[in-house]
Design a protein around this ligand. Structure first.
Ligand code: PLP
Length: 395
C-alpha cells in the first residue's frame, strides 16, 4: 500500500487543457491554448524543408550508436551559428560551450541544475512568463523570484525591469525572453536592450536568454538581436533555444544550451559539468531532430527554402493578429490596437479570469488562464465565431 498515500497532482496548465479540448464534444470548439503553429486549416503542418531533410537523412543514416552525452557537434555548431550569427560564432567559439538538448525544456532544466550547483540558489524570471519556467527552475531547487515585466496599462514595464536589475547583485541570474515574449509578445526595443546591457555590465548580473521563437517575430537575424548584442560585449551569459517552433519539430524534442564564459579553459570545465548533469538525467539526446536541423542549416538551398517557410508562418501570425483586432473593433468597438505591435505567436488579451472561463465553458474557446491567445489557432472558419464570443463576454 505504498502508493495509496500519493495525492493527485494538478494538471499542467497548458497540456491539461489539451486533454480537456480533445474530450470536448462541441463541434465549434476552438483551440487557442498551446504554443503550436497551426495553418489555415487548423493543422500543425510539417515543414517541406523538414520533409526533404528527413528523406536525405534516412538515406544517409547508417549509424545506430548513441550520440555523445551533449549531442552532435555538427548540429551544435549549426544551431550556434543560427543563434549567434557567423561572425560572432567565428570570433567567439572558443568561449562558447554548446550542448544539444531535448527541446527547450531540457536546456532550461540542465541550465537550472548547473546554476544551482555552481552559481546561485535563486533566479529572477519575468512576471508574466511561460508557465513552465516556474516548475522547471523549482525542480532544479532554485528559489524562483519574479520581476515585473508587464504593466497594468497593457505595456512593457521598462522602468520597473530596469529598477529591478539595478538592485541586482553580482552573480544573480535574470532570465529574459530573447524575442517574442511569452505570453505578452511585448519585446524590448533595441535601445532598451542597450540600457539593460549597460546595467547588467555594471551590476555583473548573469543574463540568461530563453530564445524559443527565433524567426517568428521579425526574422531570424532580427529576433537574435538581444542575444547577439550581449554576446558581442564579451560578458558571461546563458542561452537556451529550441527547434520546436522554428522548425516545427515539436515532437522530435530538439534544442540547445549555450554557455558563454571567458575562455576555452572555462568552457572545458563547464562542458565536463554539463555532461555530468545530462548523463544522470537522460544520458544522451535523440538523433533524429538534430540531424534534420543540421541538414537544413547546412545546405544553402534548404536554408533558403526554410527561411521562406518561416516568413510565411510569421506573416500568417501577424495577419491573424491584425484580423482579430480589426474585427473586434468593427464588431464591438473594442480597441485592442496595441496588440498589433506584438511579436510572435500570442495575443495577450485583456481578459479577466471570469471571461476566460466563460469563453471556455459557454463557447468552447480554449486559451490559457491568463488570457493568452495563440493567434495561429485562428482561421477563416473560426474567426467570426471567436470575435462574436469575445464581444459577448467583454460586453
Ligand atoms: C518561452 C518558452 N521557452 C521554452 C519553451 C520550451 O520549448 P520546448 O517545447 O522545445 O521544450 C517554450 C515552449 O512553449 C516557450 O514558450
Amino acid at each position: 500500500m505504498l502508493f495509496e498515500k500519493i495525492e493527485e497532482a494538478l494538471p499542467d496548465p497548458i497540456f491539461g487543457l489539451n486533454q480537456k479540448f480533445v474530450q470536448d464534444t462541441r463541434k465549434n470548439k476552438v483551440y487557442l491554448s498551446a504554443g503550436i503553429y497551426m495553418d489555415g486549416q487548423g493543422n500543425a503542418p510539417m515543414l517541406h524543408t523538414v520533409k526533404k531533410a528527413q528523406r536525405i537523412w534516412v538515406e544517409e543514416d547508417t549509424k545506430a550508436s548513441y550520440l555523445a552525452i551533449d549531442g552532435d557537434r555538427n548540429y551544435v555548431e549549426k544551431l550556434g551559428r543560427l543563434v549567434f550569427g557567423d561572425r560572432l560564432w567565428d570570433t567567439s567559439k572558443d568561449r562558447i560551450y554548446g550542448s544539444q538538448s531535448v527541446g527547450g525544456t531540457s536546456a532550461l532544466r540542465i541550465a537550472g541544475d548547473f546554476l544551482k550547483a555552481f552559481i546561485t540558489d535563486h533566479i529572477f524570471i519575468p512576471a508574466p512568463t511561460w508557465a513552465n519556467h516556474i516548475p522547471i527552475f523549482e525542480a532544479s531547487q532554485l528559489d524562483v523570484k519574479r520581476y515585473v515585466y508587464y504593466g497594468q496599462n497593457r505595456s512593457l514595464a521598462f522602468e520597473k525591469i530596469l529598477g529591478e536589475l539595478k538592485k541586482g547583485k553580482a552573480g544573480e541570474v535574470f532570465l529574459f525572453h530573447g524575442s517574442c515574449h511569452n505570453p505578452t509578445g511585448a519585446d524590448l526595443s533595441q535601445g532598451q536592450w542597450q540600457e539593460i546591457l549597460e546595467t547588467v555590465q555594471k551590476t555583473r548580473i548573469l543574463p540568461f536568454f530563453d530564445l524559443a521563437y527565433q524567426g517568428l517575430g521579425d526574422g531570424v537575424e532580427e529576433d537574435a538581436y538581444a542575444v547577439r548584442l550581449f554576446a558581442d560585449s564579451g560578458i558571461e551569459m546563458i542561452v537556451t533555444t529550441t527547434a520546436s517552433k522554428t522548425f516545427g519539430l515539436y515532437h522530435h524534442r530538439v534544442g540547445g544550451l549555450y554557455i558563454l564564459s571567458k575562455d576555452k579553459n572555462a568552457c572545458m570545465k563547464i562542458s565536463s559539468q554539463i555532461k555530468k548533469l545530462i548523463r544522470s538525467n537522460y544520458s544522451n539526446p535523440p538523433a533524429h531532430g538534430a540531424q534534420v536541423v543540421a541538414r537544413i542549416l547546412g545546405s544553402n538551398d534548404l536554408r533558403e527554402e526554410w527561411e521562406g517557410e518561416l516568413k510565411k508562418i510569421r506573416e500568417r501570425l501577424q495577419n491573424m493578429r491584425n484580423e482579430l483586432v480589426d474585427r473586434l473593433y468593427q464588431e464591438s468597438g473594442l480597441d485592442w490596437g496595441y496588440l498589433k505591435e506584438r511579436k510572435g505567436m500570442f495575443a495577450f488579451c485583456d481578459f479577466t479570469k471570469e471571461q476566460v472561463r466563460r469563453l471556455l465553458e459557454e463557447y468552447g474557446i480554449y486559451m490559457t488562464e491568463n488570457g493568452r491567445v495563440n493567434v495561429a489557432g485562428l482561421n477563416e472558419s473560426n474567426l467570426d465565431y471567436v470575435v462574436d464570443a469575445i464581444s459577448e463576454v467583454v460586453r
